[in-house]
Write a protein that binds this ligand. Structure first.
Ligand code: GAR
Length: 293
């Protein structure tokens, strides 16, 4: 069964869109059951409605306390068939802290995307803060949510060089736009892992289990084969052996020259699984990326 998913948004919902697109493409085994927003005007709600996904505005100002607001969200999420055992909650530009009561309702099932390389630049303006700080490398992080803002165990990160033009007044917007494109790659990837039960949290570390081994369909009875046995006469099941790994498709719309490091590599055993820039040795991000001159 696809993983039931609730998505929480406060704004444009481009991350929601990328999740929906990757679900449609068969790359994330999940089903968005409900989209909730604390802002009635959030365009993310419109995106959901265009696909006939239940989309509910829940203005937080209408609730006396944070606890009341979160309790209503938990009720609605459960009512749409998303529970702590099989379901998950994806924060996609949701600009409110969740209460401990909310998190206790879905332990290790709430994930968030943040436009900075955590633990640097948490908060509501991650990309702009990184730009005004003058970083040379910026990026984004998907992490499990805990009770501290932008703090829980990191699942996946992607990096992008910051340019001197990003450091100028207002340059944060250009950097944020480049980061957003990477967000659209790594968030669906993290959710795909979660949906397949491949993520395990050990203290602050998230281990990514290798994908289950592909078991090819049993070859047909020899009596049915067209002799002589050859590639040209292979039955369709054997195409499974030739299929490119699905995760490559996540990279198709990535803006940079990214490649994938080690399917199934775990952070502890053999370095972090994740996106790396082609031509750059793993673990050695360039101190002075070419883009910076
Ligand atoms: C994204 O950049 C996301 O990382 C950020 O809000 C934007 C939402 O864009 N989230 C945070 O800053 C959370 N601290 P979207 O509505 O187009 O998906």
């Amino acid at each position: 069964m696809p993983m039931p998913l609730a998505v929480l948004v406060s704004g444009g919902g481009s991350n929601l869109q990328s999740i929906l697109d990757k679900i449609d493409a068969g790359l994330v085994d999940a089903e968005v059951r409900v989209v909730l927003s604390n802002k009635a005007e959030a365009y993310g709600l419109t995106r959901a409605r265009q696909r006939n996904i239940p989309a509910l505005a829940l203005p937080h100002t209408a609730f006396a306390t944070r606890q009341d607001f979160d309790a209503e969200m938990v009720r609605l999420i459960h009512a749409h068939g998303v529970d702590a055992t099989t379901g998950a909650i994806a924060l996609a530009g949701f600009m409110r802290m969740l209460t401990p009561e909310f998190l206790r309702a879905f332990p290790h099932r709430v994930v968030n995307i943040h436009p900075a390389l955590l633990p640097s630049f948490p908060g509501t303006h991650g990309a702009a803060d990184a730009a005004s700080y003058g970083v040379r490398l910026a990026g984004c992080s998907v992490h499990f949510v805990d009770e501290i803002m932008d703090h829980g165990p990191v699942i996946i990160q992607a990096a992008v060089p910051a340019l001197p033009s990003d450091w100028e007044e207002g340059g944060g917007e250009a950097l944020a736009a480049r980061i957003l494109k990477l967000e659209h790659c790594i968030y669906p990837q993290a959710l795909a892992w979660l949906a397949k039960g491949r993520l395990k949290v050990q203290d602050r570390h998230v281990l990514v289990a290798p994908p289950p081994r592909r078991i090819a369909a049993a070859p047909p009875c020899p009596a049915w084969r067209a002799p002589p046995w050859s590639r040209a006469s292979s039955p369709p099941e054997h195409k499974a052996w030739q299929a490119a790994p699905k995760f490559r498709a996540f990279l198709a719309d990535c803006p940079l020259n990214w490649s994938w490091r080690g399917a199934g590599a775990t952070p502890r055993s053999s370095g972090p699984a994740g996106l790396i820039q082609k031509g750059v040795r793993h673990g050695a991000f360039p101190a002075f990326p070419n883009a910076n001159g």
